[in-house]
Design a protein around this ligand. Structure first.
Ligand SMILES: Nc1ncnc2c1ncn2[C@@H]1O[C@H](COP(=O)(O)OP(=O)(O)OP(=O)(O)O)[C@@H](O)[C@H]1O
Ligand SMILES: [Mg+2]
Length: 504
């Protein structure tokens, strides 16, 4: 018998039950229960189709079931073309605010490894008397659920593989469609008030992508490969017994694209960005509390690490200082003074403890990015491999990077002026930010050639400036060397005079 026939049998049974309910008061209760149990047994015995129900709220009606949401997303993506009656819902924090899913009592067919399965959306009103047609809100007596039906011979395929596949794909689509967020830490004074939290967020809508990022192509591909490997590395990290995190250090002069690279990484990985402003963090305990609240699939960013705090070379000193302070007997009169001095006492060791510590393994899948303009100023302990796994230099604009910018800003891939620019770029240090600024048309009627000529002029001016700077530097060096030489000559002369005069 086909599933359709079984469905019709179901309707027939419902009619029987309905008729039976009308006449139920003529049956004594013990007989009624027995008949009900027999009817159920009989149907189960002959019906080869199994049904699994996924309720919207499980247990307490406080939290929507994650499985229900994932199934809804999966079915919306796979069924909106097939279902005839659809329901439109506004979904918060999604790139597609209006989500279409199949309407109540609608049924669609899915296929998995050649096996057919049926999904239906239903709702059950447990207290029909309380139905209020004028209410804006769903009745609290309404219970929604998805029902999955399949033939019993596919029981293990469905329970072991299909449901897992649906939930994983549903969650994956949710992640893809969600809007990224940029979080910044709140000062601790506001952490515990009404509706206050440690992080505030806004929607993250930075357009930067790896495609629009101007840098050496090989370097770019290397970073992309590293990111992909990290994203797929859950099992690998578990196998080698390392927390699923990766540290990047981006360094280079201002305007070379460090912040742009962070945005491109966030867009590529589809991770939220947690921009940690260290100067707003009082001490290591606060730092720990903030970091504990960062979830999985997050990028934790500390920009300009050399300027945020005096982290450079302070590791030992910081520790010793902390120990000293612990040993000092506390003078009650000095308590207020101490509290006043407590502003921003995050230490390098506190930060390193987090990066290495066990709580960085809670939640997993996190990328930590430090940026700096002066890599040479940083304490080697902070940037050693294993902590900052990848050091990426963002350098001055090379010809390849220029070509990306020309494509972004002017939509050209080649031009007779390109070789002139290539030569000048080889002789001058100019940041991609400056190149971009010069390439941008200043008015609507400025054509490609005018923009390229503007850039050439800027490059020539910069070349002259750098040449003049270099000449001054060389002159100063020469003068210094000469004056040192003069002092030495003088000393030698005095020594000879003293010898002549009999002094030794
Ligand atoms: N490599 C790049 N690719 C594309 N655009 C870039 C690049 N570098 C700079 N830009 C452009 O210049 C602007 C400034 O760059 P960005 O803020 O990323 O530099 P930065 O290295 O973070 O500088 P800072 O050290 O001052 O923070 C960006 O908005 C972007 O438009
Ligand atoms: Mg920056």
């Amino acid at each position: 018998m086909t599933r359709e026939l079984w469905s019709q049998m179901g309707s027939l049974m419902a009619t029987v039950v309905f008729v039976y309910t009308i006449f139920e008061r003529f049956f004594p209760p013990h007989l009624r229960d027995r008949v009900q149990a027999y009817v159920q047994k009989l149907t189960n015995h002959f019906n080869p189709y199994i049904q699994i129900t996924f309720p919207e709220f499980s247990g307490e009606r406080l939290k929507r079931s994650e499985a229900y949401t994932a199934i809804q997303t999966y079915l919306s993506a796979n069924s909106s073309q097939r279902a005839k009656r659809l329901k439109a819902e506004v979904v918060k924090d999604s790139q597609t605010p209006l989500v279409l899913s199949m309407d109540d009592n609608e049924e669609i067919t899915d296929e998995f490894q050649g096996v057919k399965l049926w999904w239906s959306a239903s709702k059950l009103s447990t207290n029909p008397q309380r139905y209020n047609p004028f209410s804006y809100y769903a009745s609290s007596d309404e219970k929604r659920f998805y029902k999955l039906s399949f033939h019993k011979r596919h029981r293990s395929l469905v329970t072991l593989s299909y449901i897992k596949h649906v939930l994983e794909e549903g969650k994956e689509i949710e992640m893809r469609n969600r809007q990224l967020k940029l979080y910044t830490n709140n000062p601790s004074s506001g952490w515990y008030g009404y509706r206050q939290s440690k992080w505030s967020h806004i929607v993250f809508e930075h357009p930067a992508t790896f495609e629009t990022l101007a840098m050496d192509q090989r370097k770019k591909e290397d970073i992309l490969k590293d990111l992909v490997k990290f994203k797929k590395g859950k099992d690998y990290y578990a196998k080698i017994g390392k927390a699923w995190k990766r540290g990047y250090l981006l360094y280079g002069p201002p305007g070379t694209g460090k912040s742009t690279m962070i945005a491109a990484i966030a867009n590529f990985m589809n991770y939220d960005v947690y921009d940690l402003e260290l100067t707003a963090v009082k001490d290591n305990t606060e730092l720990r509390k903030l970091l504990i609240e960062t979830p999985s699939k997050a990028i934790i960013v500390i920009e300009d690490i050399d300027c945020s705090l005096d982290l450079t070379g302070q590791r030992k000193k910081g520790k010793e200082q902390e120990e000293d302070e612990d040993e000092k007997p506390k003078d009650p009169m000095r308590k207020n003074e101490d509290e006043g001095n407590k502003s921003s006492k995050v230490t390098l060791s506190g930060l390193l403890n987090f990066i290495d510590g066990i709580w960085s393994a809670c939640g997993g899948e996190r990328i930590i990015i430090f940026t700096t303009n002066y890599v040479e100023k940083l304490d080697p302990a902070l940037i050693r491999r294993g902590r900052m796994d990848k050091h990426i230099e963002m350098s001055y604009c090379c010809h390849e990077a220029f070509k990306v910018l020309a494509k972004n800003y002017l939509d050209v891939e080649s031009h007779s002026l390109f070789p002139v620019i290539e030569k000048l770029l080889g002789e001058t240090n100019i940041t991609p930010a400056d190149v971009a600024e010069n390439l941008m048309p200043k008015s609507v009627d400025e054509d490609v050639e005018t923009c390229l000529l503007t850039l050439i002029k800027a490059l020539e001016a910069e070349k002259e400036r750098q040449k003049a700077e270099e000449e001054i530097r060389l002159k100063e060096e020469k003068e210094n060397a000469e004056s040192t030489h003069g002092v030495e000559e003088n000393k030698e002369k005095i020594r000879e005079d003293m010898k002549e005069n009999g002094f030794h």
